[in-house]
Design a protein around this ligand. Structure first.
Ligand code: COA
Length: 259
């Protein structure tokens, strides 16, 4: 498989997907989201793959969010379709029968935080930063972030992060239970490999059973995912959203009016 925006490798049963748009801090445009879906689907059906690692290219960013440049001019319906497509791919990660680890090597913001949260485990380098800064754009999370952040850190802290757009550093993310381990950047892949080697020694069927059972605990959140799509879509009809995205692209502060 070759991709426009991903690098992939299969090394001793570990399939690594590297999101490769470093000049845009690996922002997820539509093409990249769909390529991640294809790569996971391919790895799922490849018997030589025992586990998957998802990471970002370059030293600075895992994924700095959905590609804001692609938001411009979208309607409510197009916004909802974008959220649905992202949620479908992220759900395919969450429900993949093989373990998927996010190796978070820097910014994991917006869709990047949501991608990391869709993985089964998260290992962060000590320069990682997590956040859902969509409110700065007059928007909310759309790729499952309102639902999954609650699952990891609880309703109160999740609401705060979504409302303020504040970032968590790696240590804070660890203390809140959002990530499993924090290591130095040069140890990131080694730590993922160490955990995968441990998992690989267990029954693959039992590991799939763990994934399915852990997911089942949260199945009642499914209406929340639909609510998120509707609310995400509504944002695209607001003046605030137009102002927020224009301000980001024009590199200035937004002036929101509440319209
Ligand atoms: N979508 C599109 N482009 C993005 C992006 C995104 N989510 N995040 C970063 N980029 C682009 C920048 O526009 C810039 O492109 P340019 O060099 O062509 O101008 C490039 O990536 C580097 O980003 P820059 O902002 O210059 O880096 P920085 O170190 O000053 O800041 C961040 C890093 C992550 C704090 C900042 O890029 C940012 O706030 N990104 C948006 C985060 C966000 O709101 N995510 C949620 C989106 S729904």
């Amino acid at each position: 498989m070759t991709f426009e925006n991903l690098l992939t490798s299969n090394d001793n049963g570990i399939f690594t997907i590297t999101i490769n748009r470093p000049d845009k801090l690996n922002a997820l445009n539509k093409k990249t989201v769909s390529e991640i879906g294809e790569a996971v689907k391919g790895a799922k059906s490849d018997n030589s793959v025992k586990a998957i690692v998802i990471t970002g290219s370059g030293p600075k960013s895992f994924v700095a969010g959905a590609d804001i440049a692609e938001f411009v001019g979208l309607s409510t319906e197009q916004g909802k379709a974008l959220a649905q497509a992202g949620q479908d791919v992220f759900r395919s990660i969450e429900t993949c029968p093989k373990p998927i680890i996010a190796a978070v090597n820097g910014f994991a913001l917006g869709g990047g935080c949501e991608l990391a949260m869709a993985c089964h485990l998260r290992i962060a380098s000590d320069n990682a930063k997590f956040g859902q800064p969509e409110v700065n754009l007059g928007l909310i999370a759309g790729y499952g972030g309102t639902q999954r952040l609650i699952q990891y850190i609880g309703k109160s802290k999740a609401a705060e992060l979504h409302m303020t757009g504040d970032m968590l550093n790696a240590e804070q993310a660890l203390n809140l239970g959002l990530v499993n381990y924090v290591v130095s950047p040069d140890q990131l892949i080694a730590k993922c490999t160490e955990i995968i080697e441990k998992i690989k020694s267990k029954s693959p069927k039992a590991i799939t059973g763990v994934i399915n059972s852990v997911n089942a605990y949260y199945e009642n959140g499914v209406d929340g995912f639909k609510a998120e799509i509707d609310e995400f879509g509504k944002c695209f009809a607001t003046e605030d959203f137009k102002e927020g995205t224009s301000a980001f692209l024009e590199k200035r502060k937004p002036a929101f009016t509440g319209k």
